[in-house]
Ligand binder design. Structure first.
Ligand SMILES: *[C@@H]1O[C@H](CO)[C@@H](O)[C@H](O)[C@H]1NC(C)=O
Length: 426
């Protein structure tokens, strides 16, 4: 099934769910005795989180799945869900058999679920949109985009890191202002189970639920900068897709390469399919003893993935796309015709040539849309050994200035050079 094009009224997104009635029953039996044990402890935690959640949800008049019903509570505590087929459900999760190398078997942390639980988001969102028709399209009539990014709540370890983050958020604000895109920059730790690369999952989910008017949630890493301020996403291409990410089919599905796509920048349609993907994805990343095992599994499953590297969102998504192809693949658009994400090493030395030969608006080789400083770790200062901190610093400045010149010219100024923070009248 394909989702309707974005021009059709109301939200749309299709799922190819698998019937799992029998498996659920079997798992229910297995879980029954565990449930009894955790119910008491769970009730306490649940009471606390429920209050917070229902507050958020009632403010938005959005219903989550477990509104007070005790069967739903039991399911929640048991980590069961009626609408989510598991990754490998033949063997019950007993906490022992965690790592199955052959084929596509991987035991994930199914006791973890992102909140709020919602299974009828498409309906809820459609209703909301029909009640708030003025909220839907942007001024330009295009499907509404909502950009989210985030950084840690505490100061950076590297003294230059905070200055860099400031520049990076200014850069995003500039792009969003020019293109009428709403932006949310988060600095709070939303979910203790979703740390480091995984913070984007609860954040993207929260943004979807809080912004039913947004058709697309656009995630962008804090270390990715817009370098083409004129380029606009070709959203009309993505009418049949729910996830758009920079990558290549052959690398993801044939080579199963860890770098076959990059999760630093992606678009996710605001729909139930996406909430389901986030759930399946989060199960691979939830903090806990499984994380190391899953990391080992991903390294054995994928090519070009480092050894001794804990489960990461990028590896997990490539795994999911391969292991559950029927469920996800048809809705994922791997974009490589422009730099939705652009690896900085390949781009930064070409900036002068871009300026000499072209102009902003192409987004591709001629003038890259996004330059992503992968591995520079500007905030932590733990720069990947492959690059020198100096090279990172210098090129971040160049990328920033390349973008900033496109803004400053509106006000009649430009940078003396890409290396310089000094500006001159045009
Ligand atoms: C599953 O995730 C939860 C939440 O982070 C964590 O407490 C638990 O230890 C994890 N379980 C395993 C087996 O990794």
């Amino acid at each position: 099934m394909r989702s309707m094009p974005t021009s059709s009224p109301g939200p749309s997104c299709s799922r190819s769910g698998i019937s799992i009635g029998d498996r659920i029953k079997k798992r229910m039996q297995n879980w029954l005795h565990i449930v009894a044990g955790v119910v008491m402890a769970g009730l306490l935690c649940w009471g606390i989180t429920r209050t917070f959640e229902s507050d958020l949800l009632s403010r938005l008049s959005i219903e989550s799945d477990h509104t007070g019903s005790s069967p739903a509570l039991h399911q929640k505590l048991a980590g069961l869900s009626t609408n989510l087929p598991g990754l490998s459900s033949e063997t019950p999760d007993n906490g022992n058999v965690l790592y199955d190398k052959p084929g596509f078997e991987l035991h994930v942390n199914r006791s973890y679920k992102l909140r709020p639980r919602i299974s009828d988001w498409d309906d809820q969102r459609r209703k909301w949109l029909s009640k708030n028709p003025h909220k839907k399209p942007t001024a330009t009539g295009k499907p509404a985009l909502f950009l989210v990014s985030s950084s840690q709540p505490s100061p950076c370890d590297n003294p230059m890191g905070d200055h860099f983050l400031l520049k990076a958020i200014k850069n995003k604000m500039d792009y969003c202002r020019l293109h009428g895109i709403d932006i949310f920059y988060n600095m709070a730790q939303l979910d203790p189970a979703m740390v480091s690369f995984w913070v984007k999952l609860p954040l993207v989910r929260a943004a979807m639920v809080a912004h039913p008017e947004a058709e697309w949630i656009w995630w962008m890493d804090s270390d990715a900068l817009f370098t083409d301020m004129a380029f606009e996403l070709p959203l009309e291409k993505y009418g049949n897709y729910n996830l758009v990410v920079h990558g290549w089919e052959n690398l993801v599905f044939e080579k199963k390469s860890w770098v076959g796509l990059n999760m630093g920048v992606f678009l996710m349609r605001n729909c139930q399919w996406s909430l389901d993907l986030l759930d399946a994805w989060a199960a691979v990343g939830a903090t806990g003893p499984l994380k190391i095992q899953i990391g080992k599994f991903l390294t054995s499953f994928l090519s070009e993935r480092p050894e001794n590297f804990e489960a990461d969102d990028q590896g997990a998504l490539i795994y999911l796309l391969n292991a559950e192809k029927e469920r996800w693949r048809s809705k994922v658009y791997l974009e490589s015709s422009y730099y939705l994400h652009g690896y900085w090493i390949k781009l930064v030395d070409k900036y002068e040539e871009c300026i000499r030969k072209y102009h902003p608006g192409y987004g591709d080789e001629r003038w890259p849309f996004v330059t992503h400083f992968v591995g520079c770790e500007m905030c932590s200062g733990e720069t990947n050994a492959k690059y020198s901190a100096e090279k990172c610093r210098k090129n971040v400045e160049r990328a920033f200035n390349l973008a900033d010149d496109q803004i400053l010219q509106i006000y009649g100024f430009h940078h003396q050079s890409l290396q310089s923070s000094n500006v001159l009248y045009l």
